[in-house]
Structures are given as structure tokens and as C-alpha cells.
Design a protein around this ligand. Structure first.
Ligand code: CTP
Length: 404
């Protein structure tokens, strides 16, 4: 638990609003400071007085309430929070959040805060399954919102299915355990998957990569409390909880997305299988077989890792190397030539490990050390790798450790 956690509990219009009272009590019992913000619809289910009595602070609802703004204005409140949890989050609130509306205090806070936003949905199961709701959930997940539940079971409306708000005890554990994570307050940027380099509207050059290792790293870093930006090429994977995902296609787009966030990051992990070359000229009209000819002129792509380490104050940078032979020597050469702090090397071309497999084995190298990791499944390997980055970075580059 993190004793100093400051949490905004947002309550929206749903029968489950009564459970938010227990949530406030449990958060306080674990040492958190709580402020409650209600939407207008929530007040039809429970009265602000309940939450005022429990939290010991006036409950806020309106965006431009002169009394509230005189105390802590909405921007100050958004900065004050270590986490915002909306419980229950109604279907309407998810839709408004997805649209980026800021017409009441709670939606405005969710836009204005840099703290993690947790959403505990509660609604009728048909509403939960509706494509509009599912689309809103997927988009919000991709922006880094962390969903807790909903759980399956009997509903107030008499139906059975997913849509029940998670129990307050479960919500408290999720929020406070992440808030107490070792990487709290840090920003990690991770690339994953292949890039695609188009030749014409139907053909492209690419690399073999499922993205699983990079996604596992993003998930493990987020579970330890880091704010994670995952910049991914085309892959068929769901966004891990709490991770901000940015989809790209080409190496050039990946470079731009990385350079937009890397200067502010504490750690950069280049796990993507970036295509080293692209067709020299993109043809906007499909080329017929006859026009393809015998050779394909290629141009070099920018090196993303090298661009990050060339920054004035680069983050602690970890690269990957996939090699078919002479693993250690080749990886060490890349560690030096790309100015990396660490490199995770894996032998490829063996069945069941590495590319497009669930398991992997890595040789982790840094300037004066090495360690074999695995073979293990990619989730376990990701947790170990993150642990080694945190352990070794103090010794490898003391200035990169921003004080956890
Ligand atoms: N990488 C990158 N930008 C590129 C190519 C690779 O950032 N244009 C990163 C990958 O994300 C990975 C590492 O570099 O972390 C892998 O390097 P690799 O492609 O093996 O290195 P190359 O410099 O291309 O070496 P090789 O000559 O073996 O292809």
C-alpha cells in the first residue's frame, strides 16, 4: 500500500452507486486521502451528503461551482490526484469520456489529469455487450484507461451476465497496489511488432514478429506502476491494461512516434523488429507483374535506437538483437555501436523459441556484465527483464535513475 495516495472517486449514474460508499471507506481504511466527485445522474441514486459524511470533504459535481473552485479549482484537483477511479462508470460516462467531453467536473478531471484513470463499469449486460460500448472500451483502453471488471452475475434488472460493478475490496487492491509499484511516477516507452514498408497499395516488405515480447514488457512495466507508451507496428494483440498504445505502420512513423515521447522518458526499450530498408519509391498504383522487374531498389530506414541514444539527455536505453549465429559477439558490437545501456539478444531460427512463439530465451548484456534469462514464457521473461533493468541501471548509468 502507498500511504500517501490521493484518490478522486468519481460516481456516475448507476444502481451500483451505493457501492461507492464502501469503496470510499475502504480506501480511507488503507490510508488514502479521498475526494468524491459526482455526476448529476449519480445524485439520482445516492445523495452527496452520504459521501460528504464519509470523506469529510464537500462533494463536488458542477464544473463551475464558485465555492468549489475557490478551494481547489478543477486543474489543481486534477494535479492533486495520484489516481482517479470512476466507480461505477455508466455506459453514458464511458461514451462521454471516449468523446473527450468536458461538460461536468468528473469528465473534465479525467481529461486534465496525468494520473492513471481507473474505470469500474456497471450496467445492464446487453448495454455492456453493445458494439458501441465495446468500441468505447477498446478506445479508452488504448488511451491507457485501466478497466476493473465488470464482473459476471445477477444484475439489479433481473438479468444475468457481465455488467456488475467489481466489489469495492477488489477495486481498492488494484488501485493501491499499482500506486505502490516500484516504477510509480516513471514513463517507459516500448516499441513492439514489425514495421511494414509499402511498395504499392497491396505489397509491402516486413519482418517476422508477433509483438508478443514487447506487449509482455509493456504489461509488466505497467503492473509495476510505470506509465507506459507502447508504440506498435501491425500486430494482432490486445492492448495490456493501463498501457497507452500508439499504432504505426512504417519505420519512419515509428521513429516519429518514439521521438515525440522519448525525450521525457526514463526508459526506452526497442523491442520492435524494424525493417532496415524500404522500397526506394512508393508506387500509388498497383504494379502489374510485368512492371516489377528483376530488382527492387531499396532505401535505408532511420535507426530508431540510435536516434534515441543521440538525444541530449537520452533515457536508459535497451535494445534487442535477433541473431542466427555468434550471438554474444554480434550483440556486444550492437551494444557499443548503438550506444545502448543494455541489449537483450536471442538466437533465432530454432523451433518453438523466439519469433512468433510463446517462449523465449535471452542473453542480457551490458558494458561489463551478462546474464542468461530463460527459457521461459514471454510474460515471465518480461517481468525478469524489467527487474534486471531496474536493478542494474543504477550501476550502469546513475544519472538515468530518476529516484524511485
Ligand atoms: N532497430 C531500430 N531501428 C532500425 C533497426 C533496428 O531501432 N532501423 C532496433 C530494434 O528495435 C532492435 C535492434 O535495433 O532493438 C535490433 O537491431 P538489428 O536490426 O539486429 O540491428 P541492425 O543494426 O539492423 O543490425 P544487422 O546488421 O544485424 O541487421
Amino acid at each position: 500500500m502507498h500511504a500517501a495516495s490521493r484518490i478522486i472517486v468519481g460516481v456516475t449514474g448507476s444502481v451500483a452507486a451505493y457501492k461507492a460508499a464502501e469503496l470510499v471507506r475502504r480506501l480511507q481504511a488503507r490510508g488514502a486521502q479521498v475526494r468524491v466527485v459526482m455526476t448529476e445522474a449519480a445524485e439520482a441514486f445516492v445523495t452527496p451528503l452520504t459521501f460528504q459524511a464519509l470523506s469529510g470533504h464537500p462533494v463536488r459535481g458542477a464544473l463551475l461551482d464558485p465555492q468549489g473552485e475557490a478551494g481547489m479549482d478543477h486543474i489543481t484537483l486534477a494535479r492533486w490526484a495520484d489516481a482517479v477511479v470512476v466507480a461505477p462508470a455508466s455506459a453514458d460516462f464511458l461514451a462521454r469520456l471516449r468523446a473527450g467531453l468536458a461538460d461536468d467536473l468528473l469528465s473534465t478531471l479525467c481529461l486534465a489529469t496525468r494520473a492513471p484513470v481507473y474505470l469500474a463499469p456497471a450496467m445492464n449486460q446487453v448495454m455492456w455487450h453493445h458494439p458501441a460500448t465495446q468500441d468505447n472500451v477498446a478506445t479508452l483502453r488504448g488511451r491507457g484507461c485501466r478497466f476493473i471488471g465488470p464482473n459476471d452475475g445477477g444484475q439489479a434488472c433481473g438479468e444475468v451476465g457481465p455488467g456488475r460493478m467489481s466489489e469495492p475490496a477488489e477495486i481498492v487492491t488494484r488501485i493501491l497496489d499499482a500506486a505502490g509499484g516500484a516504477l510509480r511516477g516513471e514513463h517507459w516507452v516500448i516499441t513492439a511488432g514489425p514495421t511494414r514498408e509499402p511498395l504499392d497499395p497491396v505489397r509491402f516488405l516486413s519482418n517476422r514478429s508477433s509483438g508478443r515480447m514487447g506487449f509482455a514488457l509493456a504489461q509488466a512495466a505497467a503492473q509495476s506502476g510505470a506509465q507506459v507508451s507502447l508504440i506498435s507496428g501491425p500486430v494482432a494483440l490486445d492492448t495490456p491494461q493501463g498501457v497507452r498504445r500508439h499504432d504505426v505502420e512504417t519505420a519512419q512513423q515509428m521513429l516519429e512516434a518514439v521521438m515525440a515521447v522519448a525525450p521525457e522518458a526514463e526508459v526506452f526499450i526497442g523491442c520492435a523488429a524494424v525493417a532496415d530498408v524500404r522500397p526506394a519509391r512508393y508506387q500509388p498504383v498497383k504494379l502489374g507483374k510485368a512492371a516489377l522487374g528483376e530488382s527492387l531498389p531499396l532505401a535505408r530506414n532511420p535507426d530508431i535506437l540510435a536516434s534515441v541514444t543521440a538525444l541530449t539527455q537520452p533515457p536508459f536505453t535497451v535494445g534487442f538483437a535477433a541473431e542466427t549465429d555468434d550471438l554474444e559477439a554480434r550483440a556486444r558490437a550492437k551494444l557499443r555501436s548503438k550506444n545502448l545501456d543494455m541489449i537483450a539478444a536471442n538466437l533465432v531460427g530454432r523451433p518453438g523459441l523466439g519469433f512468433e512463439a510463446d517462449r523465449n530465451e535471452l542473453l542480457l548484456l551490458w558494458s561489463d556484465g551478462k546474464e542468461h534469462l530463460g527459457p521461459a514464457d514471454k510474460a515471465a521473461l518480461a517481468t525478469t527483464l524489467i527487474d534486471r533493468i531496474v536493478t542494474h541501471r543504477e550501476a550502469i548509468r546513475p544519472s538515468a535513475n530518476t529516484g524511485i
